[in-house]
Design a protein around this ligand. Structure first.
Ligand code: FMN
Length: 371
């Protein structure tokens, strides 16, 4: 594991190891993949403004999310079908989050079930990501099972009336490998990700089963069946952030779904300030994901108002390289980079990472052009 010094090292190793069907599914973005690149590049346009001589002997990465303690502000985002990366898939990923004291989010379309994950990692703070199916009984059942298994929040994904166009999956006619199942379902719902026509089997699955008629009013329905807090995932506009909270959401997750839905949407780090501003008079937390690969990325998102940052692909790369140990390696890289950043930037605790700690590069250009 010592040879992996950065998340990028893990990514390169994983890409070399994974079979084409899984590799392309994990790494793709929508259509031209412009937003996919921007998710990363946009971080580079933000400059960190370190403070000197503040005394950083006692630095600390701990924070609280929805009232739960976490050891650092980096958690695992929901990504589907993790057993394509490693035989222990979701179980290994959840165990890594447990060992590292952070949050694990399980996807609805996982290859390990709600109950299997709860048994494998009983102490991890678990959240359940929900897609709402046309069949509300199926959906209700998932929520009740998650609640019963000790999951602490429902992460409702709201950016997915259908799945985006991911060209590689169409070319590959994406199909879930024969030995795997969507483990949260029985019967045909568990095996249906098989391409039957020209394109991706996943798009066919989503098109036929997810509820496209969803509106903000449906959050009331979700609230009527669960007491768990609802984290609304996929928000990219301030007015939607307000609607999500007024509809009953407890927190917002600013996300463009890893740039997999609509190409041309903004990189998430550019959207974050607008969302934080929009909900500042509501007592809600704002979380963030998209393109985070270094400790300084995490720092920048926190400076712009995120309470917690989630990573999707980095966990898949760690998983592909070495199961639980690989995901722990990935989280440890973030931990180390964040520890260095906190000390060198002069912000010994997470609450010290205020907005003035970053500045957009364009602000510096304005200053320079006056000389
Ligand atoms: C392979 C893959 C599968 C994903 N599956 C889901 C999913 O099932 N549900 C969901 O809400 N988001 C899903 N996402 C989006 C992630 O939760 C998250 O928003 C995104 O990966 C963050 O960007 P990052 O990969 O750059 O960290 C998926 C992302 C990837 C890359």
């Amino acid at each position: 594991m010592e040879k992996y010094i950065s998340v990028k090292d893990l990514e390169e190793a994983a890409i070399a190891l994974l079979p084409q069907n899984a590799r392309d599914y994990y790494k793709s973005g929508a259509t031209e993949e412009f937003t996919l690149k921007e998710n990363k590049v946009a971080f580079q346009r933000l400059r960190i403004r370190p403070k000197c001589l503040v005394g950083v002997l006692n630095y600390n990465l701990r924070t609280k999310v929805l009232g739960q303690d976490v050891s650092m502000p980096v958690g695992i985002a929901p990504t589907a079908m993790q057993r394509m990366a490693h035989p222990e898939g979701e179980l290994a990923n959840a165990r890594a989050a447990e060992a590292m004291g952070t949050i694990y989010t399980l996807s609805t379309i996982a290859t390990s079930s709600i109950e299997e994950v709860a048994a494998a990692a009983p102490k991890v703070t678990k959240w359940f990501q929900l897609y709402i199916y046309n069949d509300r009984e199926v959906t209700r059942n998932l929520v009740l099972r998650a609640e019963k298994a000790g999951f602490k929040a429902i992460v409702l994904t709201v950016d997915t009336p259908l799945f985006g166009i991911r060209r590689a999956d169409i070319r590959n006619k994406f199909t879930l490998p024969e030995h795997l199942r969507l483990a949260n379902f029985d019967g045909y719902l568990s095996t249906k990700i098989h391409s039957t026509s020209e394109g991706s089997g996943l798009n066919e699955y989503v098109n036929s089963l997810f509820d496209k008629s969803l509106t903000w009013g449906d959050i009331q329905w979700l609230k009527s069946i669960t007491k768990l807090p609802i984290v609304v995932k996929g928000i990219l506009r301030s007015d939607d952030a307000v609607k999500a909270i007024e509809a009953g959401g407890s927190a917002i997750l600013v996300s463009n779904h890893g740039a997999r839905q609509l190409d041309g949407v903004p990189p998430t780090i550019e959207v974050l300030p607008e969302i934080v501003e929009a909900v500042k008079n509501y007592n809600v937390e704002v979380y963030f994901d998209g393109g985070v690969t270094t400790g300084t990325d995490v720092f920048k998102a926190i400076a712009l108002g995120a309470k917690m940052v989630f990573v999707g692909r980095p966990a898949l790369w760690g998983l592909a390289v070495s199961g639980q140990a690989g995901v722990m390696k990935m989280l440890n890289i973030f931990r180390t980079e964040l520890e260095y950043t906190l000390q060198i930037a002069g912000t010994p605790s997470i609450k010290d990472i205020t907005k003035d700690m970053v500045r957009h590069e364009s602000e510096y250009y304005k200053l320079v052009s006056k000389i």
